[in-house]
Design a binder for this molecule. Sequence first.
Ligand SMILES: *Cc1c(COP(=O)(O)O)cnc(C)c1O
Length: 416
Amino acid sequence: MSTLQQQDPEIFNLIKQEELRQRDKIRLIASENYVSKAVMEATGSVLTNKYSEGYPGKRYYEGQQYIDQVESLAIQRAKDLFGAEHVNVQPYSGSPANLAVYLAFLNPGDTILGMALPHGGHLTHGAKVSISGKYFTAESYSLDQESGRLNYETIREKALACKPKILIAGHSAYSQVLDFPKFREIADACGALLLVDMAHFAGLVAGGAHPSPVPYADIITTTTHKSLRGPRGAMILCKQEYAAAIDKAVFPGLQGGPHNNTTAAIAVALKEASTEAFKQYAAQIVKNAQALAATLIDNGFNLVTGGTENHLMLIDLTNKGVTGKVAAKALDAAGIVLNYNAVPYDTRKPFDPSGIRLGSAAVTSRGFKEEQMVQVGKWIGAVVADPANTALQAEIASSVRQLCAGFPAPGLEHLI
Ligand SMILES: *Cc1c(COP(=O)(O)O)cnc(C)c1O
């Protein structure tokens, strides 16, 4: 980046510092990852210079000789990887992908039913502050207070009562596998389309470490930058019968020109995701999450649902007498980065809730195995037990840096 360094040292220096932060800290934010150098190169390519409103073979601008091939490759790779009938790779990110689905099938005021935000649902599943909750009649289902798990009987009752046009399955903070056949049954019983938002666990599905929603869902949305380990972007997968409605909703319904550099990087990430190495990565994500979960439970932590079947964990810190925010800030000082998060039936406010959320995708990408996860769990236990102890945080931050030095992260090879 020598040109950037000369031309804009301010931004260059900030990027360099962020590189070091990503190198030296244990990143447990469940939605984050490390993309490969190849994905980064495609993202930073001249494809950013090209406008290409429309779809391959049906564009509104000339000069699409190469762009059409890039987008067609991305689509074909996504179809092959997930076994989907139709794929749209143009949504700018996960939120607009969900909005495009609503635009395709709903009128303002129509009813959607999704997981409640404080229970692990996403903003775009009908939260009051989101356009999804303002323009549509948003109903929600909750987790069982006792088990912290989905109760499919309650979802069915709610669905039959409110008759949604779209039933949404998907989450940002739920640590168990979703029962797609059950969701299908419920959607059929109430006459709804089934939308599965697999933003968080798409990488696990791609790598065979999580059941696939493809045989059950009418439409699937996903980000490409979380466990799938691609650039920031999104895709919509659907049955052929919905292809035209989805494509029309993305463009011209919601967006203008697609971000072709991102499309190319998605294609690269999908090629990576079809390898044997990616299958191992996906399986290791789950093993790592389970190793961390077991250590945390040994250290007296209260995991919502009692464990994990995917990459993420939600911890209720109430029994530790520490708030999520205090714990997250103390852990960041100790080189362990995660986010504070509401827990189901939280009695505290969203800006200072009772829990923290952890995910294992990014550390798995840099090669952590169960042994390292056990160590991370012990550090988390020590920091949360004494969150005001800044000397301890500094000491752990130094050990974290040492551990990370042995596990060079993808995309940061030039820093070794
Ligand atoms: C992250 C996420 C999104 C939104 O993705 P953005 O790219 O941040 O807009 C949508 N749905 C779920 C379930 C998510 O976890």
